[in-house]
Ligand binder design. Structure first.
Ligand SMILES: [Zn+2]
Length: 893
């Protein structure tokens, strides 16, 4: 699954090891402790599902025929079910070959347990060991938010349309059919669906048969799937276009609402390039006959795309390129989302984690693999530089007390939903990046190929991957290092001191601590940290940089050459590097000469360490000042992002905000002037991404020239503002600065808009006004039927970006109405997140009150994280901004 938004950059905030002991072989999976929320007396063998939709009334009827195996004698069959009305349950015997045998019995005693999301069927006599067939007739709900079986309404060709889709990860298949809804239960599925004859349907597999089902109706039966987990089943119903191509032995398709299929062309050609790359990388070809990517018009507060096997689902913004609105960044994101979801087709779908504790194995790996595929197929986008931003997002969450280990124990449904966070995704990616670099990319890939081959069509735990990689990289303690970084939380801190040159090499002393923003007296954890060091001028990194593994308290590293020392050279390590002042001074002097990746990494570390109080917060501004005149676009946006953060931190202090504006204008407007507002033919894609981001960030620090130009382009109806890659950027700036009359005009435009993508953007922009009265109007509008069911929550979040206190208080006052507009997987975090951007210490008590009233102790982590973010912001303002104020006052006139 891909989360809704990428985590923003920079949250505010061998020698040393003894030879590893040979790794003990792992016992087979069925002998290990795999958590479950269901009795282990019965397991499913195969499902046949027949579903008839009633889209008009948001209902469906279903029949589930489930072949089961009774493992221990029992009178009761318990499985998962939510919001299902179970009408009839029958049980018959089966021969070993699967033929019905003996009489059928029905259960007269059906018990639903809403809290545990289960249904239990009691039978008068105990069920014999062996195979049986369970037949369940039931009805269910079609939801208006994206969980379970859900509807998305939109203005289509010839009027109002309703399309239906499913979204089951993590625990929502149980809203569609009674099921053993846990990933370790892998079975084949044969799905049949009865729908209006004019509708198109998509499933995991191609259709096997289509027949009439009475006047105006048809029944489509899909081919039987290979054994897979329940959360990967998919169904889409609606009026669709489908465009296709072939890659290797697979038919690749993009499915979108009728009339918009061609907008999927970019995703289609991208997918057709990615699939052969993965066939080769994984060494096991894609196993299904077809792979569709299905576009849904709408959005979720939880996710952007989902890796259903053979039928990826993506919201339109993550899949379709609409020339009216799509930016270069969104084109690149579409590629990257497809690469992520397609990586899951192997890592997640073909081989699946046994339980949600190992969710990161899916998500961290797919995130890492997507970057790798992008690097191979679009090196000109420089995706490897984007990893620094991901690392910062993870460290932001990982350096406060509310963090958790990558592998965490999960027991409740809400905990499982909350596990989709930046630790699981970005820290997971960062740790895999570090381990791949540590063992070497060839050994890593051999390990991954062996792992896929050994475990295909089955389930695993994280240690199965480590064991496979360790076998491929003999002598390297992969499992031990991986355990340090996945079983304990937190960010290592490597201090670098006393670098001296001897015999043409630089030797430095390293010591280990823990990087924390909120627990200065914490006893540090210990990691085995693979460290890479290089000196400036010693040649490319390939020329054998210094490597060591810092275990225990510290060690030394020796790098060839006597130039300025860079630790974490190449930035593949997951740790913060804190240099002694003389070493940092040399880095500042040589900053413009460092490789781009190290410029980004050093700036991120220096900023993070400065905000946490390990060094002056102004050190990062020295680096900003030292950035080269013609920097890499990613470095420009790192700088503009930091300046924007500083501007926001000075909220309520117009004098210092004005200094930030003046500094940012002086530093960055020449860059914008050099690339211009209009794209040039043949310009690099990275420049197109930079243009939009730089304009947005300069507007974010209230650069008067940029705001005036955006308003002028909009007012004069410039083609730059009415369509194309800058449209969203320009209209967003205009929207933030609207007056009441302008807001009314924008609303009229939103009401008239038919394109669902543009329409969603306009409603979000209506909610982005800085004017408080207009923000209140947007909140009221969000609870009407006007914006559409899946735009409301996005509007409230959009208000929270500028007015967190207002949005939070509104959501508390209208809690039930607001929660009804948020998908069930996001509910426990939606309201706390609204308040998380507040700078008002009083918000802490309000979030606390919400958590106490409405969240269980197991599900309150989002509230604790929001509180930690506010505390951090208050601490930064009080203790870290003074350094920055002095720096600005000395530099900016
Ligand atoms: Zn994913």
């Amino acid at each position: 699954m891909r989360l809704r938004t990428a985590v923003s950059l920079a949250a505010l905030a061998l020698a040393a090891l003894s030879a590893p002991a040979a790794a003990a072989p792992l016992p087979p999976l069925d002998q290990r402790q795999i958590p479950t929320q269901l009795p282990r007396t019965v397991r499913p063998l195969e499902y046949r599902l027949d579903v008839a939709t009633d889209a008009q009334n948001l209902r469906f009827t279903g029949t589930a025929v489930i072949d089961i195996e009774v493992l221990q004698p029992t009178n009761t069959v318990t499985l998962n079910a939510v919001d299902l009305d179970i009408k009839e349950v029958a049980l018959s015997g089966l021969t070993r070959e699967g033929a019905p045998s003996g009489a059928s019995t029905t259960s007269r005693d059906i018990r639903l347990d809403a809290a545990n999301q289960t249904a239990s069927f009691h039978f008068k006599t105990p069920l014999a060991l062996g195979r049986h067939r369970l037949t369940i007739r039931y009805t269910g709900k079609i939801y208006t938010q994206a969980a379970g079986f859900f509807a998305l309404d939109y203005e289509g060709v010839g009027g109002r349309k309703r399309a239906l889709f499913t979204q089951f990860e993590a625990p929502d298949a149980r809203r569609f059919f009674p099921s053993w809804d846990e990933p370790r239960f892998r079975t084949p599925y044969t799905l049949s669906v009865t729908v209006p004859a004019g509708d198109d349907v998509v499933g995991n597999m191609p259709a096997a048969s289509t027949r009439s089902a009475g006047p105006g109706l048809k029944t489509v039966t899909f081919q039987r799937t290979p054994p897979m987990s329940s959360y990967l089943l998919f169904l889409g119903v609606g009026e669709f276009d489908r465009i296709t191509t072939r890659a290797a032995n697979t038919e690749i398709g993009v499915v979108a609402r009728r009339g918009s299929g061609e907008q999927g062309r970019w995703a289609l050609t991208s997918s057709a390039r990615i699939l052969p790359y993965y066939n080769q990388y994984f060494g096991t070809p894609f196993p299904l006959p077809k792979l569709d990517n299905v576009a849904g018009p709408g959005s979720s507060q939880f996710f952007g795309a989902m890796e259903n096997w053979g039928a990826i689902f993506s919201f339109e913004g993550a899949l379709l390129v609409d020339p009216a609105i799509s930016s270069e960044a969104s084109r690149q994101a579409i590629f990257e989302v497809a690469a992520h979801e397609m990586a899951h087709q192997w890592f997640g779908d073909l081989v699946t984690m046994a339980w949600w504790d190992d969710l990161w194995l899916n998500e961290g790996f797919a995130s890492w693999m997507a970057t790798k595929a992008t690097q191979a197929l679009h090196p000109e986008w420089q995706p490897e530089l984007g990893r620094i931003g991901g690392r910062e997002g993870a460290m932001g969450q990982d350096s406060v007390a509310t963090t958790h280990p990558i592998v965490q124990h999960l027991t409740t449904v809400e905990q499982i939903s909350q596990a989709f966070d930046s630790i699981t995704y970005e820290k997971g990616e960062a740790v895999i990046t570090m381990l791949e670099d540590y063992v070497g990319s060839d050994a890593w890939r051999r390990g991954v190929q062996d792992y896929i081959r050994a475990h295909k069509y089955s389930n695993t735990q994280t240690d199965d991957l480590w064991a496979a990689v360790e076998r491929a990289a003999p002598g390297k303690p992969v499992t031990a290092i991986a355990h340090d970084f996945t079983l304990q939380p937190g960010v290592p801190l490597i201090r670098v001191e006393g670098a001296r040159c001897a015999g043409g090499r630089t030797v430095a002393t390293l010591s280990q601590a823990e990087f924390t923003r909120d627990r200065p007296n914490k006893a540090p954890l210990r990691w085995r940290v693979p460290v890479i060091a290089a000196t400036l001028g010693a040649g490319p990194r390939a020329a054998a940089p210094g490597r060591t593994v810092v275990a225990g308290g510290g060690g030394t590293v020796s790098a060839p050459g006597c130039g300025t020392l860079v630790v974490n050279s190449g930035q593949t390590g997951y740790y913060r590097t804190l240099y002694a002042p003389p070493l940092l001074a040399r880095l500042k002097t040589d900053y413009a000469r460092l490789p781009t990746v190290d410029q980004l990494g050093l700036l991120a570390d220096t900023w993070g360490l400065g905000l946490a109080g390990y060094q002056s917060a102004a050190d990062a501004l020295d680096l900003v000042d030292a950035a080269p005149a013609n920097p890499n676009p990613r470095l420009v946006t790192s700088v503009s992002g930091i300046l924007r953060q500083i501007y926001r931190a000075y909220e309520g202090d117009p004098r210092h905000q004005a200094l930030v504006t003046r500094y940012a204008t002086a530093k960055l407007s020449p860059v914008l002037a050099s690339i211009g507002w209009t794209a040039r033919p043949e310009e690099p894609a990275t420049v197109a991404v930079l243009r939009a981001q730089l304009i947005a960030d300069l507007a974010g620090v209230r650069d008067p020239g940029v705001i005036a130009e955006a308003n002028r382009l909009f007012a004069t109806g410039s083609p730059l503002a009415t369509g194309g890659p800058l449209r969203g950027t320009i209209t967003s700036i205009v929207a933030q600065n609207l007056d009441a009359a302008g807001w009314d005009r924008l609303r009229a435009a939103a009401q008239a808009e038919k394109n669902p993508l543009v329409r969603s953007q306009l409603y979000r922009q209506l909610a982005s006004a800085r004017d408080e009265a207009l923000a209140r109007r947007a909140l009221d509008l969000a609870l009407t039927s006007e914006p559409g069911a899946t735009n409301s929550a996005a509007m409230i979040s959009s208000v929270a970006a500028a007015h967190p206190d207002l949005a939070f208080d509104f959501a508390i006052r209208h809690r039930e109405e607001v929660e009804a507009r948020v998908d069930v997987s996001s509910r426990s975090r939606f309201v706390p997140q609204l308040g998380a951007g507040s700078s008002d210490p009083a918000m802490i008590a309000r979030i606390e009150e919400y958590a106490t009233k409405y969240l269980t102790p197991q599900s309150r982590r989002p509230a604790d994280q929001a509180i930690a973010a506010i505390r951090d912001r208050v601490r930064v303002r009080e203790t870290r901004l003074p350094d920055i104020s002095r720096w600005l006052e000395a530099r900016v006139r």
